[in-house]
Design a protein around this ligand. Structure first.
Ligand code: NAP
Length: 294
């Protein structure tokens, strides 16, 4: 298959590495010539250009730009595509992207591979990023099922775990497990920085080990991505942040009042619940019934 990638950053570049290793011909479009040259040199793509005409032979195009640039990019891309080409995107928020892009191209399949590192740009591209990671596909009622199946097959070929849901359900759920954690981790780092004792903060920086690294990893990522999660998934993020603030208040209240039984109950409940977020069902998700999306 000829597969196009527009936006050769961490996600676009990682897709290129994996898709080429599966035998596809990968064509990249980037804003800067240096990015095109670097992508060819690293064998992330077979060919790359700053010009969208390179996409004329693409059967499927992944749009891997920041969220705000997805719809404008598709607008520039469509005059160059064959009428049978499929477009998919990798944006971390789905409802506004699906609403803006679906009217621009009938064969558009909104998607979100849930994998990444705290690094950004082409240098951050790595092989096998998507293996054993969730890959959400959020078709609309108007999305042709054959296009959805094609994107799902490519995602599955990267060893990703493919799930289907509506864009709205996607955005509500990722607010909890992705966008809220970014804000929580960032505010945790920021709270540590408010420590007035230079001795204590210097020691904290020396003592920080795996627990701190695990808890704060997503707070040290690309600020542009965090900003766009907040801007494009504002309602759902605010909902989860306010609930989180209430839970923090409950913890503070239990500790202030030395209600150790209540604190233990909280911690027991969270210890019991955590595995439910980290173990995966073996079954493969099936594509949605089109009528259920109306
Ligand atoms: P990234 O590493 O910063 O790469 C973004 C790419 O888009 C770069 O190639 C950049 O080009 C290009 N770009 C930036 N602004 C653009 C614009 N206005 N018009 C056209 N191209 C533009 O970002 P990323 O982490 O790969 O994220 C890309 C997409 O993946 C986002 O939609 C994000 O929501 C989604 N996503 C990210 C993660 C993650 O953890 N990182 C996970 C899942 C999904 P230059 O190189 O020229 O700057």
């Amino acid at each position: 298959m000829n597969i196009g990638i527009v936006g050769l950053g961490s996600i676009g570049g990682s897709l290129g590495l994996d898709l080429r290793s599966r035998g596809h011909r990968v064509l990249g479009v980037a804003r800067r010539r240096e990015t095109c040259q670097a992508a060819i040199a690293r064998q992330i793509v077979d060919d790359a250009d700053v010009d969208f005409t390179l996409m004329e032979s693409a059967d499927l195009v992944f749009v891997c730009t920041p969220i705000a640039a997805i719809a404008p990019t598709v607008q520039r891309l469509v005059p160059h595509l064959s009428s049978t080409a499929i477009i998919t995107d990798v944006g971390s928020v789905k409802t506004p992207v699906a609403q803006a892009v679906a009217p621009l191209w009938p064969r558009f399949v909104p998607g979100h591979p849930m994998a990444g590192t705290e690094r950004s740009g082409l240098d951050a591209a790595i092989s096998n990023l998507f293996a054993d990671r969730p890959y959400a596909i959020t078709p609309l009622a108007s999305t042709p099922p054959a296009a959805t199946e094609q994107v799902a097959a490519i995602a599955a070929s990267l060893q990703a775990r493919v799930y289907y849901c509506t864009p709205e359900d996607h955005d509500r759920s990722v607010a909890w497990i992705s966008h809220l954690p970014v804000m929580v981790a960032a505010s945790l780092i920021d709270a540590c920085l408010s420590e007035p004792s230079t001795t204590a903060i210097a020691l904290a920086q020396k003592f920080a080990s795996t627990g701190f690294r695990d808890t704060t990893r997503v707070g040290g990522g690309n600020p542009e991505l965090g900003m766009m999660m907040a801007q494009y998934n504002r309602q759902e993020l605010l909902r989860s942040l306010c609930t989180y603030r209430q839970r923090l208040d409950a913890f503070i209240c239990a500790i202030e009042s030395e209600n150790w039984a209540a604190l233990e109950q909280f911690l027991q409940r969270t210890q019991d619940a955590r595995p439910q977020f980290l173990t995966f069902p073996d079954s493969i998700d099936s594509p949605p019934d089109r009528n259920s999306l109306e």
